[in-house]
Design a protein around this ligand. Structure first.
Ligand code: DGJ
Length: 733
């Protein structure tokens, strides 16, 4: 049984393959957090919770003279509001009488087979062969009637617990919900590092590791999207945890909008982590009978270091987030026109590009921005989703037919959530964008944001996408989103509803994505937000892959893809080979290196093959064939970060190891050069110790033990930024 309730001890035990999570209903009805970590079979270890009488930490009135029972220090599953717990809270409300108290006490619980459902929000599904069970615990504030239902989805095989919270106004009066965290995790100690992934446009998800210090460490996004700046995936790692050893907890928010993650080290060196929709500028009025569903957080624990934690997320995300058929089937290798020609193309130039792309061995030709309306640069026409017949005189259908005749599939770029002031759509519907009456609206990349909280806007977007997909044999859509949101004001909403708009925007976005992806199941959707500005588990429920970054520089990509790999599988990371000098950094890197780095992702091209030499075309064709040969190993194998791109050893390395350990693909990129260089070694991981492996390209046949203990000598004398790729296969005895 994945979920057990001991009536006598009032303790819930949630068990996955390797973990146990325990909760106790205290004698006053507060829900205390007992334990989360390596699997234990004990029915009740709630004696680990030791109360202390501490000055300035008050006690609930009902605790009588028990000064050791304090909500300010006890570990809890969900906090109250305004009732003497001075740490970061799970909830904030404004009650009808103006008070902001919430006192949630145990009312009831339900345990059932299968996972809870969430209206309008995506979440993790059980993979084939696994199943989920649910624990729902209802907490009720007897004064206001407000209920909070804590939901735990227990995925035994996947080793995952998902969490969400449903708030229900069971009282007689309207309340205002001002903050609701999807997860609250209390720890009795705080010797942790917070590992988080941050950056900026074109330099996303760089890994950062901070030791918890007294007070709060908080990160998040207020941009209306999960953002380039901070990612809604974090790790709380026990001090000293590395790739192979140590305990670490992962938290992945299945949400693509504003979020916050706050970790607090309190006065008595305990830790609390909360994660949820960012409370700033969030307010949700709730009439009697109404409810609010918080988005899901996917939690995992590994005692086998960061690699172990990543493997849990990779396996779960590969099978349980997106139900597109492309999660199981081979995905096409694509060539995208963006860095090849930007806005400067004609029907003939595109066909010429596609013709030559055949020589690269690709399967799909993608026409990026500029095919519609008066879109000649980025100043105009977003919203005018009609083919520009001056550029494409035979329309999308004519172009697609020619591309298809070359044996290639056709793909298309769209940016459905945006509107240019210089567009027909803006003339017709100026009220469709987010802007505050009487204030000039902030422009970003010359564009404004459509108000996706509106049903008419959602319908418009769905209709143009559906019409476009039906107008030609289009097999792929790149869904872009190129600005942060500001001036959050909807012309359709009441004044007291403006705090709901950003969340309604995300619900609207999910509704469109759900409808269009299911109406066109044979279309591969790739997410994008100026590269990786919305790279999160929410978007991965609809897009099997997301363009990882607008930065295609292979050496920068090492860091971006390294950071991304902690919480997301390689099969989700869009990665392309582009030209050198690189358009973003001006750096020149060998073509082979660019290929090997793009194979640490979905692999594709972003260049004009007509500008390549025959040798380059042949080399790329070979790279495409290599990727296709190892596609299954790359997408479905276990991923090992072998040497970090931040390492001072002058190289970065990673490997894919097949689940049966029969083969592996090892990748090494030199990142720095030194005179009189030190000999370095790469120690492999994850292969079978007592088996022998042929290392193709090196001519060794070594035991797994030798490859993992002694390691492969690195050729540090190779040229600048050179890369090596070795395929290993188990020698049959
Ligand atoms: C930003 C994307 O990340 C690029 O790849 C490209 O599609 C441009 N937008 C087009 O405007």
């Amino acid at each position: 049984m994945a979920i057990i309730f001991s009536e006598e001890q009032k303790v819930f035990s949630l068990r996955t393959k390797k973990t146990t999570y325990q909760i106790k209903i205290s004698h006053l009805g507060y829900l205390l957090h007992v334990y989360y970590g390596d699997r234990i079979e004990d029915a009740d270890i709630s004696e680990v919770i030791v109360g202390h009488d501490r000055g300035f930490s008050g006690n609930p009135n009902q605790a009588g003279n028990d000064r050791a029972f304090s909500l300010d220090t006890l570990p809890q599953e969900f906090t109250g509001a305004g009732l003497g717990d001075y740490r970061v809270s799970s909830i904030d409300v404004q009650n009808h009488d103006g008070s902001n108290a919430f006192d949630g006490r145990y009312e009831s619980h339900r345990i059932y087979d299968g996972k809870y459902t969430m209206k309008g929000l995506p979440g993790l599904r059980a993979a084939e062969g696994d199943h989920a069970a649910t624990l729902e615990i209802t907490l009720k504030d007897d004064v206001t009637g407000l209920r909070v239902i804590l939901c735990y989805g227990v995925f035994e095989e996947a080793d995952i617990i998902t969490r969400t919270v449903l708030v229900e106004n069971g009282g007689q009066d309207q309340i205002l919900l001002r903050k609701i965290m999807s997860v609250t995790m209390d720890y009795p100690e705080s010797d942790f590092d917070l590992i988080h992934f941050d950056g900026r446009h074109a330099m996303e998800r760089e890994m950062h590791r901070d030791k918890l210090a007294f007070g709060q460490l908080s990160l998040g996004s207020m941009r209306g999207a999960s953002s380039h700046q901070h990612n809604p995936f974090v790790i709380l790692a026990e001090s000293g945890t590395d790739e192979d050893r140590g305990g670490c907890f992962g938290f992945s928010f299945v949400y693509s909008g504003n979020f916050v993650c706050t970790v607090e080290k309190d006065q008595v060196e305990q830790a609390r982590l909360v994660m949820g929709i960012h409370p700033d500028r969030f307010t949700w009025p709730m009439a009697p009978g109404e409810s609010f569903q918080a988005p899901e957080v996917i939690m995992a624990y590994s005692s086998e270091g960061l690699t172990g934690l990543s493997h849990i997320y990779h396996d779960a995300f590969r099978t349980g987030l997106c139900d597109s058929r492309f999660m199981k089937e081979k995905r096409p290798v694509l060539l995208n026109s963006w860095e090849a020609s930007y806005f400067d193309f004609t029907h003939d130039s595109l066909v010429a590009m596609a013709k030559k792309a055949v020589a690269l061995g690709v399967d799909l030709f993608v026409l990026d921005d500029g095919w519609f309306g008066e879109r000649h640069d980025d100043t105009a026409a977003l919203g005018d989703w009609n083919v520009n017949y001056e550029k494409l005189p035979y329309g999308l259908d004519g172009l697609t037919k020619e591309v298809n005749a070359l044996g290639l599939e056709m793909g298309l770029w769209v940016e459905p959530e945006m509107i240019s002031e210089d567009s027909r759509l803006y003339e017709l519907h100026p009220e469709w964008c987010l802007k505050i009456p009487g204030r000039p609206v902030t422009r970003s990349r010359y564009q404004l944001v459509l108000d996706l909280s509106r049903q008419d806007v959602q319908d418009f977007i769905y209709d143009f996408l559906d019409r476009t997909l039906n107008s030609a044999n289009i097999s792929y859509i790149k869904w872009d989103m190129n600005r942060s949101i500001s001036e959050v004001f909807s012309a359709q909403a009441q004044n007291n509803e403006m705090g709901t708009i950003l969340h309604k925007y995300i619900l609207g976005l999910y509704a469109i994505l759900d409808k269009i992806t299911h109406a066109h199941p044979d279309v591969l959707f790739e997410g994008c937000s100026g590269g990786g500005g919305r790279f999160d588990a929410g978007m991965l429920c609809y897009h099997p892959q997301i363009w990882c970054s607008d930065n295609t520089d292979a050496i920068n990509r090492l860091k971006i893809q390294y950071g991304t790999s902690f919480g997301y599988p390689v099969s989700s990371m869009g990665a392309h080979v582009s030209v050198c000098p690189n358009h973003q950094t001006g750096r020149t890197v060998p073509l082979k290196t660019r290929g090997i780095v793009a194979m640490n992702g979905t692999f594709g091209y972003e260049l004009d093959p007509n500008k390549m030499t025959d040798e380059e075309l042949a080399e790329c064709n070979e790279m495409t064939q290599t990727f296709k040969k190892y596609n299954d190993l790359i997408f479905n194998g276990d991923y090992y970060r072998l040497e970090s791109p931040y390492s001072r050893k002058g190289f970065a390395a990673w490997a894919f190891v097949s689940k049966d350990k029969e083969e592996a693909l090892v990748n090494i990129v030199l990142t720095d050069k030194e005179a009189n260089s030190v000999q370095r070694y790469l120690r492999l991981k994850g292969i079978q110790e007592d088996a022998f492996y042929e290392v193709e390209g090196l001519g060794y046949c070594w035991s797994g033990r030798a490859l993992m203990k002694a390691g492969i000598p690195i050729n540090t004398g190779a040229g600048e930024y050179e890369a090596m790729q070795y395929h290993l296969y188990k020698r049959s005895l």
